[in-house]
Design a protein around this ligand. Sequence first.
Ligand SMILES: [Zn+2]
Length: 702
Amino acid sequence: MLIAPLKPAHEVTLSTAEIIRPPRRTRPTDAVREGLRTEKGPWSPDLTPYCTEPLDHLAGRRYQGIVFVGPARTGKTMSLILGGVTYIATCAPGDTLIVQMTKDAARDFSRMDLDRAIRHSPELESRMSPRARDDNTFDKFFRSGIALKLGWPAVSQLSAKTLQYVLLTDYDRPENVNNVDGEGPMWGQAIKRVETYMSRGKCLAESSPGFDQVDPEWRARLPHEAPPVLGILSIYNAGTRARWYWRCQHKGCGQHFEAKPGLDCFAMPEFDELTEAVKQHDLMSLATDWAKVACPHCGGLHTPEQRSDMNRMVTKGDRILGATWLHEGEQIVDCRTEGERRRTQIASYWLGGVAAAYQVWPSIVHVYLQAVLAYAQTGDEGPLRRTTNTDQGAPYLPRSVTKKRSAEDLVQRVEDWPRGLIPQGVRFLTAAIDVQSYGFVVHIMGWGIGLESWIVDRFKITASKRPEGERFATIDPASYVEDWEVLIEEVVERTYVTAGGTEMKPRITLCDSGGKEGVTEKAYEFWRWCKRRGFRHRFRLVKGTGNLNAPRVKQTFPDATNRKDRKAGRGDVPVWLLNVNVIKDGIIGDLARAAPGPGYVHIGKWIDDGYFEEMTVEVRTPKGWENPNKKPNEAPDLHTYNRAACIILRAERIDWDNPPSWAAEPDEQDAVAMAEPPQRGQNPSWMDTPSTRTRGRKRSYW
Ligand SMILES: [Zn+2]
């Protein structure tokens, strides 16, 4: 029998002494400066001076919550999370949970950031348990006996045993952050874990803002208040609300002013003026011109090179001669802090992108201008939202919210042209179909230069070709695939004429594939039917996604063969996933355009009142567009599908000086230049039926 040799007494003592070591009374910033190293060298508070005050609260008794809102590239994860772990491990051991946005992110953080930091930091490494089984991806143990756990937003992770520290990274990124498994916001669940430790328990969250602002009328009642948005900014508002202040570098001034989140520090024109400027000028030179910060007291300009000096914290006695955090209620007068900060259990901080250590001003402005240009060209707000959140550190206010029009405003813009005639200016048509329990609702849109658009037709199809007594049965899309076949004749192959006599059919038809039980299955069946008859490129299925950060359109092949609730998807039917919220935002913006031209939406006088009602029932919330009273809302959806059709056709990128033949002037277009004529010998069944026979019965106009 083999017996492991006993270790010498001094080694045993060394490896267990940590368990009984009393907490060291060290300022966390100093502990991290001594203890944390990466492959680039030791951590220094001088690079990210704004992180020191929040970090130091890990030691104090005053605050249980610490919240840091800031853009990417502030060094906040390094300083607060890895720094936090360093302080906890070396000075104030306690069981700790780090929550990442997903399980994969937790694994990456463990393997990349944490393991590397431990490897490069002798202070940290010497405190790790020497036993191999104490070092796993999601669980690590220290000699002191404390556990460091890596988790993700799930009740199973957050409802674990009592902890002394919970560190939440990228707080606003997980989709479920406002309601984790039905148990409410992640913050509330996290803070419960540390309650047993009273003031020694700490819950720290850091993130850039990720939720939209939806009230354009909102005005701050107190200087540091954040707009009412979900996620980390709502916790910020419940805290002390600190903002970062710089000291003016101009001699004779030396006053302090706020490094505001967003772009307010830069003297840039209003949005409408900007959208014109980005089309005409070189973005880099505009960015260089605008990337300067003026002191609101003396008007003196600061250049990008001065930023690191402005960020430096310098004090002399009680005089603040450099940058500083000011909490709500505090002011700085002649370099001295006055006033009383809010009383709350949470120390909260919100840093703007202008102060972030690792990004320069011209690049903040340049990325923004690129996003403005993308919006001007395509109506896509995705890049604007991303740069506002991650580069500027601010919540995004969708254009649609600032531009929301009432039904009266829409009624005001109707124009007189005959229904069904292709108005002048239209280069190609698209069609969109919404599936209802009683049939189909259809919008035909015409598109011109710069995607100026016209509603060419709007109608319902309610009568099927199934005889029922003396007449035809009502369409039942959830039950009869043959009821879908009317769509070929009535929509896909429908012909419209210009005043000059040119005929056009919809270049592409998008049809919703969701809805009542059975609809998805029948939609897939019908698409396979279309494919057999050569219509698969001109008839496409779509499905909306509520994820605000999804691409505007994305082709997917749903495969439910292994699922219990399978809806006939076997991975063979392409379904375009649409980010309906983002596309709709763009449309509402387009509807607010004042003058005809690119992006403008023309509405014919012939349109029914229902259209205007449908267009105004939805409200934009932080989660997207919602229909609170569940009133009919087909019109905005149909606008969305038609717009998506343009994205799928790549019509946003058309060079209108040299357009493809299908987008040329109507009289230059080849009348039969359609994508896919039906294949020979496979005439679709609708062709057997003279279309005049049932016309008028199947279609009901408003
Ligand atoms: Zn000044």
